[in-house]
Ligand binder design. Structure first.
Ligand SMILES: [Zn+2]
Length: 115
């Protein structure tokens, strides 16, 4: 499953960083996920299973900042959101000359250790 490898990648990166900083337990993790990048429910489920493999994450809460798909029209500059990537057209001028400005994000925003 795509989401499982994403969570594994995230936990690996944070654990490595936490080790360097001599952090014993992580309290919160914040990730930013675009609608096109992954399904948030599956990320959350994968996280709830995988956190118990590593003591550093036993009590960690995962926050997902879920980003919608946004486009900007290259003809009239209209900005709008769309549920689908395919067949998107500008609602104002019907142009298909669009640039996606959000929806593919996938990165670790922050993590907070226990004091
Ligand atoms: Zn337009």
């Amino acid at each position: 499953m795509h989401e499982t490898s994403l969570i594994e990648f995230t936990l690996n990166a944070i654990q490595q960083r936490a080790n360097q900083m001599k952090i014993k337990e992580v309290k919160e993790i914040g990730i930013v996920v675009g609608r096109l990048a992954a399904v948030p429910e599956l990320l959350q489920t994968a996280f709830e299973i995988m956190k118990y493999d590593r003591p550093i994450f036993y009590h960690t809460v995962l926050h997902i900042d879920y980003r919608d798909i946004y486009f900007q029209c290259m003809d009239c500059n209209e900005k709008f959101t769309s549920d689908t990537y395919a067949r998107a057209v500008c609602p104002k001028c019907k142009s298909a000359n669009l640039e996606r400005t959000s929806g593919e994000e996938l990165y670790i925003d922050y993590f907070i250790p226990y004091e």
